[in-house]
Design a protein around this ligand. Structure first.
Ligand code: TA6
Length: 302
């Protein structure tokens, strides 16, 4: 019996660059190897799990205590939040951050690009289960390019004959040496909703530091950001387009323990800086319109 794994390796594998394996929890994983950087991507959720540039520490954080399984969200990597961000606007029974990250995506094409980059394009597989949560025809693709930098593009098409409102995010977990020592630059002066303080609207003064639970939606900003990490002696440069919000999150001790898949002190080694359209920044797509949420991660010396 030909398995999906056999079919993927027959149709898309590239010697020494791309192959597919069965990972924990029965998830199918694309393993990408280039001279400039390596990555692993679960087909479920088109979920980048790891990204490590050549000669560097991993850029993307994946919890050592992450739980893997069909229909389960993964603690770490680049979860795709779509077609809403956070709790569903009216139905609390629907999954937080939408369903995209826990359903199957189909691999549409693989390209071997110049300077040894590899690009994989996935499309969410609609089903009765997804249509029950989202009765609109809005095909969505996730296009992931692996090289010295990691590029992710979430492209939504409104194939309906009426306008559709989408909330989305690339909910990226970055690996840091010690979250208490990092600073985040690029959001100075921006308004944000402080979810740790009742959602109050505040304004950012100076660089962002993390010394307690932080859960903020920075609004009306398409700014590029930078994480400066003195422990790992590096900067992570985050550039984006098609994004009007940036979410900054670290659960700190109590929330991380409650979530149960960070492990002891896991919170110290991670930081989420999410390229998003959330809260008042959700996007309205006219019929036929394509919305592209794009982000790019690259490391540089501090
Ligand atoms: O993006 C920050 C956030 O909305 C936090 O409030 C927290 O819920 C986090 O996402 C993780 O959510 P998850 O559903 O992945 O556990």
């Amino acid at each position: 019996m030909t398995t999906l794994l056999d079919t993927l390796n027959r149709n898309f594998a590239i010697k020494d660059k791309l192959h597919f394996v069965e990972g924990s929890g029965g998830l199918i994983i694309a393993e990408v190897t280039t001279q400039h950087g390596n990555a692993s991507i679960a087909l479920q959720g088109a979920h980048v799990m790891t990204f490590t540039p050549a000669g560097e520490q991993p850029v993307i954080w994946l919890s050592d205590f992450a739980k893997f399984g069909r229909g389960k969200s993964i603690r770490g990597g680049v979860p795709v939040c779509w077609p809403w961000f956070g709790p569903h606007v009216s139905d609390p029974k629907l999954p937080g951050h939408g369903y995209a990250r826990t359903v199957d995506w189909r691999l549409i094409q693989v390209q071997s690009l110049s300077d040894d980059r590899i690009r994989l394009e996935f499309e969410l597989e609609e089903s009765t289960a997804t249509r029950a949560q989202w009765p609109h025809h809005t095909p969505v693709r996730n296009i992931i390019t692996v090289g010295r930098a990691l590029e992710v593009e979430l492209a939504t098409t409104n194939a309906c004959d009426t306008p559709i409102t989408i909330g989305d995010a690339l909910h990226t977990y970055f690996k840091v040496g010690d979250v208490r020592r990092i600073t985040i630059h690029g959001l100075e002066g921006c308004d944000y909703l402080d979810k740790v303080d009742g959602g109050k609207r505040k304004q950012q003064s100076g660089a962002i530091t993390i010394g307690q639970e932080v859960d903020r939606i920075y609004l009306n900003t398409g700014s590029n950001c930078e994480i400066r990490d003195p422990s790992l002696q590096r900067r992570i440069k985050i550039s984006s387009s098609g994004s009007h919000s940036t979410v900054v999150w670290n659960p700190w001790i109590e929330k991380a323990n409650k979530m149960g898949d960070f492990g002891p002190d896991g919170y110290l080694g991670m930081l989420c800086v999410e390229t998003a359209n959330a809260a008042e920044d959700v996007v309205s797509l006219a019929p036929g319109q394509v919305h592209r949420l794009v982000t790019r991660y690259e490391v540089a010396p501090l």
